[in-house]
Design a protein around this ligand. Structure first.
Ligand code: TRP
Length: 336
């Protein structure tokens, strides 16, 4: 039996942080290691341009950064195909074909797109671009070009997969059963909060710890983490449940350490500075092997090129096969 193909990806707009790690990267590595799937990861540069069209350097520079982050956390190019979206022109072609199968009103109602447009008022003002509004169509092209079966996503991305399924059904009902309807799998990861307690960790929010942050930077960031505001002196009784330091202890420290942190904080026996130092040490020991692996690739850019070239070549082959079937079904197979 053939392995189920997984398609995931990220917009290359910045280095990846521990929010990405707990949210999706960790589970991608776990799925890769199960050996039951055939994972594809695309570096979504075309999609990144939909809200960074005025900043191509940013997108370009982050392609490598994101790939180095993948490799440093254990994505293994022998098991996972990593490729660049813009190097699969079939995706762009499919996007054009699919755009007849989706209405503007439906795109405007897509909750993911709606939320993002609201967040991007600075860029779009009163009227959003055709490209941004249509990115779910392009994402449907990414998925179907690769014959994706399972799409692990966070809750916020579910409407994109639903939109893709609708496009597939519509395509198949008009042109014949050609495309595979993908299934969303809710990622096992969890969304983690930022250093300031914000629900989301994000680059633009300035509250993230990056996988590639050096030790001193991690130490400094942890020192700035939000703690119980009512705790001023060491012997004030603290509430760990509203403290970001305790929140991260639960992610990076042992159960025993967490129990001690919680108890001593509540009893006013633990100072915040000592508690932060202990946390920073644990985060650093988790990040150390990741940093080392990253350094290896940073010193060997030709390896990154090679991985991307091979991955893209493999992905392109799959996309060409899909394209052939699609064109035949749509009666666009002239001279074949
Ligand atoms: N939408 C994803 C993000 O915001 C990136 C992406 C593009 C993607 N194409 C995809 C994810 C196909 C899964 C499948 O980062």
């Amino acid at each position: 039996m053939s392995k189920k193909r997984i398609v995931t990806g990220d917009r290359p707009t910045g280095r990846l942080h521990i929010g990405h790690y707990f949210g999706s990267l960790k589970s991608r590595v776990e799925m890769q290691e199960k050996g039951e799937y055939e994972p594809y990861i695309l570096v979504a540069d075309v999609q990144a341009l939909t809200d960074n069209f005025n900043n191509p350097e940013k997108v370009r520079n982050n392609v490598r950064e994101v790939v180095m982050d993948y490799l440093s956390i254990g994505i293994d190019p022998k098991k996972t195909t990593i490729y660049i979206q813009s190097l699969i022109p079939e995706t762009a072609e499919l996007t054009v074909f699919y755009s007849n199968l989706v209405t503007i009103a439906r795109l405007e109602r897509n909750p993911t797109v709606k939320t993002e447009i609201a967040q991007k008022r600075d860029l779009f003002g009163e009227s959003v671009t055709y490209g941004f509004l249509g990115y779910p169509v392009s994402q449907a092209a990414d998925i179907t070009a690769m014959d994706g079966t399972l799409i692990p996503v966070g809750e916020d991305q579910l409407p994109l997969i639903e939109q893709c399924r609708e496009i597939v059904r519509k395509f198949n009902s008009i042109y014949g059963e050609v495309l595979k309807e993908p299934e969303a799998v809710l990622s096992e990861g969890k969304r983690i909060k930022g250093l300031d307690g914000n629900e989301k960790m994000g680059k633009s929010l300035g509250n993230a710890i990056y996988l590639s942050d050096p030790e001193e930077v991690v130490n400094k960031k942890v020192m700035s983490a939000k703690t119980d505001p009512n705790r001023i002196k060491k012997d004030d009784l603290g509430n760990p449940d509203i403290c970001m330091v305790y929140y991260y202890h639960k992610l990076f420290s042992t159960d025993e350490e967490c129990k001690a942190v919680c108890k001593e904080c509540k009893e006013g026996k633990r100072g915040c500075v000592a508690c932060k130092k202990q946390l920073a040490k644990n985060i650093n020991s988790t990040l150390e092997p990741i940093r080392e692996k990253r350094k290896y690739y940073e010193e060997r850019p030709e390896l990154i090129d090679d991985i991307l070239k091979k991955g893209t070549e493999k992905a392109r082959k799959t996309a060409k096969e899909t394209m052939k079937k699609v064109k035949k079904a749509m009666m666009l197979d002239y001279f074949e």
